[in-house]
Design a protein around this ligand. Structure first.
Ligand code: 13P
Length: 257
């Protein structure tokens, strides 16, 4: 972490906790959030729980995000959700280009750029996800792949008037229990910071770069101690408020030190 940027710990619930279980989880997150005043805590429920979770978190510091957004503001797109709808439900952030969207729903770099612009048009702060597959890593193509994914969103990020984040989530580390080592994560984060800086130095200083992929309470401190790791995008462990709280507390102690 770097004192210039406030740490951001986000819990992506994926396709879990979409009802009352989501509200209960949000209540537990709300409880620990007051003990981490130097950390931004964000929850990312499925669409069905966003409104109830946002209502539960009203008056607290916990932020709420959507997991995806459509590129158009409205229209005949059965099953899709627009940025305006996310705002109406109480979300102020949104994830775009998660690897599960790229992999299972064939989202391309161009789609991700359109979604990012749509998010900003609706006053949503985006978390743009990038990351290589195991095959790409083993072929030595990590930086090439991530650079291409970052390049696709660079112009939109540079035009943003709101807080933005980039999440580096190596696909091979997601849900596998095999996190990137702090040094491997830092190498990619530093490269991302460099590409942002080549576009605009202010942008590079502002944008928080999160690491995601098997972040747990016991590996978070090591990852967050790296100078270009500004936070974490947590999947599985975020479904347990105790675990997300421990990760947020690791960030809080680093931010205080
Ligand atoms: P896990 O923490 O379960 O590996 O998921 C990471 C992720 O995809 C967060 O968006």
């Amino acid at each position: 972490m770097n004192a210039k940027r406030r740490p951001l710990i986000a819990g992506n619930w994926k396709m879990h906790a979409g009802g009352l279980d989501g509200v209960r989880l949000a209540m537990a997150v709300r409880e620990f959030a007051s003990s981490v005043p130097h950390v931004d805590v964000l929850v990312v429920p499925p669409y069905t729980a966003i409104a109830a979770v946002a209502a539960e978190l009203e008056g607290s510091s916990v932020l709420v995000a959507g997991q995806n957004v459509h590129g158009k503001p409205h229209g005949a797109f059965t099953g899709e959700i627009s940025g305006g709808m996310l705002r109406d439900c109480g979300a102020t952030w949104v994830i775009v280009g998660h690897s599960e969207r790229r992999q299972h729903f064939r989202e391309t770099d161009a789609d991700v750029a359109i979604k990012l612009a749509a998010a900003l048009d609706h006053d949503l702060s985006p978390i743009a996800c990038v990351g290589e597959t195991l095959e790409q890593r083993e072929a030595g193509k990590t930086l090439e792949v991530v650079e291409r994914q970052v390049a696709a969103v660079l112009d939109v990020l540079a035009s943003a008037k709101r807080a933005c984040a980039v999440a580096y989530e190596p696909v091979w580390a997601i849900g596998t229990g095999k996190n990137a080592s702090p040094a491997d994560a830092e190498a990619v984060h530093a490269a991302i910071r460099g590409w942002l800086a080549a576009k605009d130095t202010g942008l590079a200083e502002r944008v928080r770069i999160l690491y995601g992929g098997s972040v747990k309470a016991d590996n978070a401190a090591g990852l967050l101690a790296e100078p270009n790791v500004d936070g974490a995008l947590v999947g599985g462990a975020s479904l347990d408020a105790g675990s997300l709280g421990a990760i947020a507390k690791a960030a809080e102690s680093l931010a205080r030190s």
